[in-house]
Design a protein around this ligand. Structure first.
Ligand code: ZN
Ligand code: ZN
Length: 136
């Protein structure tokens, strides 16, 4: 993958409530509460489109559900919408270039990747939107 492609795939995401940008470098920093283990801490998701790498000091068991919150205003970003792949609640963040992005809160689910949920039409329209944004 070229660096230009990587840059296109990097998403500037912001909190839907306080509007602050949560993408720092190539990561999206969020606070999370893990229901299964009652742990609370910071989770860094990859901000690259379709990459489901997660970095955290929490030990999140495979298939555990995280309840994500904005680290700036502490608002829950969880939706009542279930993931189409596993039925866990989805979380949502705003995309700076327009629109919003939903992702699954269950560790190990493919829907966990930012932009990686199965709806190909949504993904293509999001990619098109991002490709129209000029970078230099
Ligand atoms: Zn916020
Ligand atoms: Zn899922």
């Amino acid at each position: 993958m070229t660096s230009a492609t990587r840059k296109l795939l990097l998403m500037e995401l912001s909190c839907p409530y306080c509007k602050r940008v949560l993408t720092k470098g190539t990561k999206v920093l969020l606070d999370a509460f893990i229901r299964d283990t009652h742990q609370d801490g910071q989770v860094a998701l990859s901000a690259l489109f379709g990459d489901y790498t997660v970095e955290t000091e929490l030990s999140i068991p495979e298939r555990a559900i995280a309840e994500f919150r904005c680290p700036e205003c502490d608002a829950s970003i969880m939706l009542t919408l279930p993931c189409r792949l596993c039925g866990a609640p989805m979380a949502s963040l705003n995309v700076e270039s327009g629109g919003y992005l939903e992702f699954c809160s269950r560790r190990g689910c493919k829907g966990h990747a930012l932009g990686g949920v199965g709806n190909i039409d949504d993904m293509i329209s999001l990619m098109n939107k991002m490709c129209e944004t000029p970078y230099d």
